[in-house]
Design a protein around this ligand. Structure first.
Ligand SMILES: [Zn+2]
Length: 248
């Protein structure tokens, strides 16, 4: 067990009140993975309260004693993302995204790629130039690669055919028309959806949000990611249902 002072950076992905005036933050860091951090007296101090807000990007000095939990020694706010805080809809989208990150993240796991993806996504929400649902869908699809699911995209996993028309969860692959008839659970994709899926999964991480898609492609990708995550993580991640609770 590591004892002493630890320096790292992190994004606050969840926060809860704790005993007295403390808060317990869930923070995603590149090197320590997802960690719990106690902020003593957070509710009594406006500067500590600001750094306990969701989606804040922090430079952290932490202390770990004999317990499992880190205690905040000091922190500097690198980016507060003020623009987000006045847009309720964006906050709900990002809360959904952070909940997903909370579920899949673990401690002591190299999370550099996940952190980079999350930070880029938060930045783009705060910038406000891209459609909210587009950002959430691209985030979730790229997440598949980080989770190591790596669907087969170049040819049909059943027969090798390169004319692909749908996605098979069973084979974790794009598949051809012939094989789609046998796999009744496969999800039909348009040519544009196949191209978008390939682009999101195969491009350099800096470029994955730099394209535009039609509403119909977005709908197909949204359905795909909902079914895929349900199959792989055995839990429902339905962004529409999640948002419906807040955005009526
Ligand atoms: Zn086939």
């Amino acid at each position: 067990m590591f004892l002493g002072i630890v320096k790292t950076k992190g994004i606050v992905i969840n926060q809860a009140n704790s005993k007295e005036a403390d808060k317990v933050l869930t923070i995603l860091t590149p090197d320590l993975g997802k960690i719990a951090v106690v902020v003593k007296g957070a509710r009594k101090s406006s500067s500590k309260l600001a750094m306990s807000e969701l989606f804040v990007f922090l430079d952290l000095v932490l202390y770990k004693n004999t317990g499992d939990i880190y205690v905040l020694n000091s922190a500097q706010i690198i980016e507060m993302f003020y623009n987000l805080r006045i847009d309720v809809e964006k906050i709900y989208y990002l809360t959904y995204i952070c909940k997903l990150v909370c579920d899949i993240g673990t401690e002591n796991q190299n999370s550099f790629e996940l952190m980079q993806l999350l930070l880029n996504t938060i930045y783009l929400y705060s910038e406000g130039k891209k459609n909210n649902m587009f950002l959430a869908v691209v985030f979730q699809i790229r997440l598949l690669r980080i989770l190591g699911f790596n669907p087969k995209l170049n040819k049909c996993a059943c027969c090798g055919n390169e004319e692909l028309v749908s996605f098979s969860i069973k084979y974790n692959s794009l598949i051809c028309a012939q094989c789609s008839k046998q796999d009744t659970g496969s999800i039909s994709f348009s040519k544009s959806t196949i191209n978008a899926l390939k682009y999101i999964l195969l491009s350099d991480s800096k470029k994955i949000f730099s394209f535009n898609i039609s509403d119909s492609v977005l709908s197909e990708l949204k359905l795909f990611i909902k079914i895929y995550l349900y199959e792989k993580l055995e839990k429902e991640y339905d962004i529409d249902r999640y948002l419906k609770n807040y955005l009526i």
